[in-house]
Design a protein around this ligand. Structure first.
Ligand SMILES: [Zn+2]
Length: 181
């Protein structure tokens, strides 16, 4: 009886520590959006404009969907901010390893390429994710390292598009204020 209990306890401990290790190593680079706090923004630009007052906009509003603007639509309810921070933190390191780790911690691969250009003509100084979040554009240089497209681009260079929203560059609110034209 004593032996059986001991073995059971040992198994539990092993399972527990294994789970902890796995959690730490594979922490996802996305998180679920709280739809109560992330509603559709009042600014509607680009492709979204023609959806005004349509059933799909109403449905989107009801669901609290945010729309992506880069190379496709954001998946409903997922926020890839942790991925963008991860990528920024890896600038200067070998792309192969960064890419492999990112893929292992994502539900899908394409959000990587919202920020990282795959071809020279995809390179942008900065990219916009959603309505008000801007990030440095990235690419893979000749040496296979993750690099900034515009290393000199600073938060101070970014201009808000309206007076009422908080815009961010690499997660930090814009320093500059809105200036009417
Ligand atoms: Zn605004």
């Amino acid at each position: 009886m004593f032996f059986t209990l001991n073995r059971y306890t040992l198994q539990l401990n092993m399972r527990y520590s294994h789970g902890m290790n796995r959690t730490r190593r594979k922490e996802p680079l996305y998180r679920k959006v709280n739809t109560r706090t992330h509603g559709v923004h009042h600014h509607s630009g680009g492709d979204y404009r023609h959806l005004r007052n349509t059933k799909s906009e109403k449905r989107a509003k009801d669901d609290g969907v945010t729309r992506g603007t880069m190379h496709g639509e954001k998946r409903r309810g997922l926020d890839y901010t942790p991925l963008f921070r991860f990528l920024l933190s890896k600038v200067g390191q070998d792309w192969a390893g960064i890419h492999a780790e990112a893929v292992s911690r994502l539900d899908r691969e394409d959000p990587i390429f919202w920020m990282v250009a795959r071809t020279p003509d995809e390179r942008k100084d900065y990219v916009r994710i959603g309505e008000t979040s801007y990030y440095s554009g990235l690419y893979v240089d000749e040496a296979g390292k993750l690099a900034l497209v515009a290393p000199g681009l600073q938060n101070e260079h970014m201009k808000p598009s309206c007076p009422c929203c908080t815009y961010t560059f690499n997660g930090v609110p814009f320093v500059r204020r809105y200036e009417a034209l």
